[in-house]
Design a protein around this ligand. Structure first.
Ligand code: XIL
Length: 357
């Protein structure tokens, strides 16, 4: 983490570069950056800005959107990390027991490779979006353990060397910090989490392995449960590299003001952290006031991550309101992302840039 003085110097250097660029003088990174769409002005991307801090800036994407060329152009330019929104989930990758389908995941990995982007892979073990063959049957512990191990190892092996990180287990806890009663927990007990991490590590020793969840941005019962589990897993030398904070925020519920402290306590355990599925939804209609508040939240989240050395990067859960999952899942809510439905940047986009500059 740079000192306050160093950060001030960085900020001044950024401001100076901006002045030089505005006056047509070529400077280092800005001079190499892409041409802006509007006036051919050189401009840096979110990825460029994040990289100056040793961070990445990513977006989720999903297969049906990839035919939208205006969309994929921005996706390919602004970001240096990609997460498949659905393509690597269990229902997609093992639709029949023992029959694997990599079509959707591969399409996104290939697109990311073409744009020199890394991939945060999502997700191996989750109670949601499971195939019918798995949910429609009673399993003994031995059977389910074998099914889980085969799923994890076959998928991780397939993407070995092609992904930066895996969300190994997604959403394992309830709001009160008790274990979520998923088929895996009920059949195998809490040890399924350590097993999943060990199996994934065997299949790709270089991938960073994460536990990922929502509503763990602030210090509270649910993030405390992750803190306790992470501490225990580290003590037992279970291969865990990081905690992913989804950060699906909503203006009507307030900002998680303890985010930075929370990130820091996981860092102190020797873990990476990442904001993995960021969006900031609001009750529709969006107003200028709400969009300004949303921008503040994006700025604050970005600054919190930059303040904590082991917060490695930020991923938005797609970048444009055109393809956000929010309106379908939270009726009456939306406008959650930094670009609007016409792919135009919103105040939140500027706020993220300012936080990174
Ligand atoms: C969402 C996808 O964006 C939707 O397209 C899909 O219909 C449902 O899942 N937490 C997660 C993500 O970990 O996998 C979810 O993604 C959003 C909430």
């Amino acid at each position: 983490m740079p000192s306050t003085a160093a950060r001030t110097r960085l900020r001044l250097a950024g401001a100076l570069a901006a002045v030089l660029v505005a006056s047509g003088v070529a400077t280092g990174p800005a001079a190499q950056a892409h041409e802006g769409p509007a006036h051919g002005k050189p401009r840096t991307t979110l990825a460029d800005l994040a990289q100056r801090h040793g961070r990445y800036f990513g977006s989720a994407t999903d297969n049906p959107e990839l035919t939208d060329t205006a969309y994929t152009k921005i996706l390919g330019e602004e970001f240096d990390m990609i997460t498949p929104g659905n393509g690597m989930k269990w229902y997609a990758t093992e639709p029949q027991q023992g029959v694997f389908d990599w079509t959707a995941g591969d399409e996104i990995v290939d697109l990311a490779r073409d744009h020199h982007q890394k991939v945060r892979a999502h997700t191996l073990v989750w109670h949601s979006q499971l195939p019918g063959w798995l949910t429609g049957k009673e399993w003994t512990a031995d059977e389910l353990r074998a099914v889980l191990k085969n799923h994890i190892q076959t998928e991780v092996r397939h993407y070995r060397g092609k992904v930066y990180a895996w969300d190994v287990v997604n959403e394992a806890f309830n709001e009160d910090g008790t274990y979520r009663e998923t088929v895996f927990y009920k059949t195998l007990g809490p040890g399924y989490i350590a097993d999943a991490l060990r199996w994934a590590h065997q299949a790709d020793p270089k991938a960073k392995l994460y536990l990922n969840d929502y509503n763990i941005e602030a210090v509270g019962p649910k993030s405390d449960a992750y803190y306790a589990l992470a501490k225990e897993l580290k003590a037992r030398r279970v291969p865990l590299d990081g905690i992913g904070l989804q950060a699906h925020l909503a203006l009507q519920y307030g900002y998680p003001t303890t985010l930075e402290d929370n990130l820091r306590r996981f860092s102190r355990l020797g873990l990476d952290t990442a904001l993995t599925e960021v969006d900031v939804r609001m009750l529709l209609p969006a107003t200028d006031e709400k969009l300004a508040q949303q921008a503040d939240w994006y700025r604050d989240m970005t600054e919190a991550c930059l303040e904590v050395r082991r917060c490695v990067g930020i991923t938005v859960w797609d970048y444009t309101d055109k393809y956000s999952w929010i309106p379908a899942f939270f009726p009456g809510q939306g406008a959650a992302l930094p670009w609007d439905e016409q792919l135009a940047p919103k105040p939140a986009y500027q706020a993220i840039r300012e936080a990174l500059s």
